[in-house]
Structures are given as structure tokens and as C-alpha cells.
Design a protein around this ligand. Structure first.
Ligand code: MG
Length: 165
């Protein structure tokens, strides 16, 4: 059995915050505002994986009202969610993502982001892809007020639930 999952997130950009995408910090005068570290890509991927397994959404697992998730490392949240999905007997076939941000250009950081995400998920780099898009100056993303990420994943049922990746 295979299952598809979709995740989407958007964060406001603010001065004095780190701009994190998939656990990689990009040079920027602004970064994502959030209760956690704000890593918009990690959040979208977390929701895609959880959704494919019909388990929960990121806000249920890691409520923004909970003090324990204040400034949380979103890659650790992703790992925690992925562990729950794997325990249900799912394997990641592939993950594809789009990040919409006006700047900086994502391409120079793409391989680092792919490496970071594939390491966190325990999969080959070839199973993870990320693309950067601008919004042509339009809307909150185009003005640099916000950054958005979309993620789609394919999960496949394994015969060995609870195995370690
Ligand atoms: Mg978020």
C-alpha cells in the first residue's frame, strides 16, 4: 500500500530571527517568527508525513501553546513525528518540496538542505528534493513579509514496523 501526504506552512518574517529551512540557516536580515525556531520547511514536511499516515497534524503533536516547544528545534520535531509514522509501519519513498521566498536564492543552499533533511529522516539524499521559488514581488511572500513551504510525500507500507532507519 502507498499513501500520499501534503503539508503547507507559512511564517511571518521578522528582524532578529534566524532564517532556517530544513535545519539549514540561510544568510538573511530576517527570519521566521514562530513559537518554535520557525523552520517553515520542516513544519510543512512534518505535516505531510503525519497526514500521509493519517496520524495527526503538527499542531496536535507540538501545540504552540506548550512552553516545552518554545524555540524548539524543528528538525527534532520532524524527527519525533517521523518516528511515530515509522512505528506505524511506513517507509518514505520520496519527498518533494517547494519553498516560496523572495530572497535569498535557494539554489546555493539546496544540497545542504537536502542533506540535512535526508539525514534527519534516515533516507538517501535522492529521496528528498527541494525547489525555491519567488513570488515575483506579489503578496506577502513577494514583499518579504512571509515565507511559505509546500511538501508532498509518498509513503509505502513495510512489513517490519518499528524497525530503525
Ligand atoms: Mg509552522
Amino acid at each position: 500500500m502507498i499513501r500520499i501526504g501534503l503539508g503547507r506552512d507559512l511564517h511571518r518574517m521578522a528582524q532578529g530571527r534566524r532564517f532556517l529551512l530544513g535545519g539549514v540557516e540561510l544568510p538573511s536580515d530576517k527570519g521566521e517568527l514562530g513559537h518554535s525556531d520557525g523552520d517553515v520547511l520542516a513544519h510543512a514536511i512534518t505535516d505531510a508525513l503525519l497526514g500521509a499516515a493519517a496520524l495527526a497534524d503538527i499542531g496536535e503533536l507540538f501545540p504552540p501553546s506548550a512552553p516545552e516547544w518554545k524555540d524548539a528545534d524543528s528538525l527534532e520535531l520532524l524527527k519525533g513525528a517521523w518516528q511515530k509514522v515509522r512505528e506505524e509501519g511506513w517507509r518514505l519513498v520520496n519527498l518533494d518540496c517547494v519553498v516560496s521566498a523572495e530572497k535569498p536564492k535557494l539554489l546555493p543552499y539546496r544540497e545542504a538542505i537536502r542533506a540535512s533533511l535526508s539525514s534527519a529522516l534516515g533516507v538517501e539524499t535522492g529521496a528528498v528534493f527541494v525547489k525555491g521559488k519567488t513570488s515575483e514581488g506579489l503578496g506577502p511572500v513577494g514583499s518579504g513579509e512571509a515565507v511559505e513551504a509546500l511538501a508532498v510525500c509518498l509513503l509505502e507500507r513495510t512489513d517490519t514496523p518499528k524497525d530503525s532507519a
